[in-house]
Design a protein around this ligand. Sequence first.
Ligand code: SF4
Length: 224
Amino acid sequence: MNDKIIYDITPFTHLDYPNKLAAIVWFCGCNMRCIYCYNSDIVFSKEGEYTPKELIAFLKKRVGLLDGVVLSGGEPTLYDLLPLCRQIKEMGFSIKLDTNGTHPDVVKELVTEELVDYIALDFKAKNGKFGYITGSSRFDKFTETLDFLIQRAFDFEVRTTVHPDLLQPEDINQMMEELKSRGYRGPYYLQKFIKTNNNIGDIGEPITCFDTTKLSNLLPIVWR
Ligand code: SF4
């Protein structure tokens, strides 16, 4: 495998990791093709700017300046994250993982080995729309990750990107029902679709209205 698996590094953010100053590591490639994704450059990249070794060298210079590291992409769990996370933790950083949840084995290993501190889990869509929106048939893998994190009482959040032509309030309500029935009790983060020149699908600004008054109050909703 090409060693330059890191598309890019954002050296500093206070927005992506709750209550922490962090660097963001953008991993090349993804096993999904979400219609609304605006990171197509990263999703389709086969070679990035940095190797894991170069990332570690970069982070060594940030000890004492940053609190944490966000592993994002693309989909970080496409890679063997264990050795990398071990080195990052040894330097004293907290680790947040952004994931679509389709590699439960990787998530389970990281959580069990205490090599990750916080996870942002994408809930792309309910089962009936999951394949269409993501191009993936791994809904059952997503729910395996979700169930595992709930059962472990792990510190994580669930988030969904909302494009009203793809997801309507009744879809979101069904997704909340699913989350609640599986035992999730945290906030449900809804992110508004962002139109760029790089969206993977041929999708524009929504033509459908999203009536937020139709959303149920099954879970506390936080818009981003
Ligand atoms: S939005 Fe979808 S396609 Fe884009 S990086 Fe995330 S999971 Fe991959």
